[in-house]
Design a protein around this ligand. Sequence first.
Ligand SMILES: [Zn+2]
Length: 77
Amino acid sequence: MSRILFFLLLVLLVWIWFFKRPSMRRDKPAPPREPEPERMVTCAHCRLRLPEGEAIAAEDGLFFCCPEHRDEHAAHG
Ligand SMILES: [Zn+2]
């Protein structure tokens, strides 16, 4: 009869082990974040940092926060 007790104990242990585990069993998808961290660039004129998508790229590889700064930078060399 001790085999039944052993079996019950085993079931109990597995049960406890199962519920004590962190919720790893649920394949919860990661919370939606920004798809890709956008590269930050610095305005070559006023040193403002802004995402590359919002920056204005000049021909010489520089980035500017606004067309005014691009023009001003070009005017001053
Ligand atoms: Zn600027």
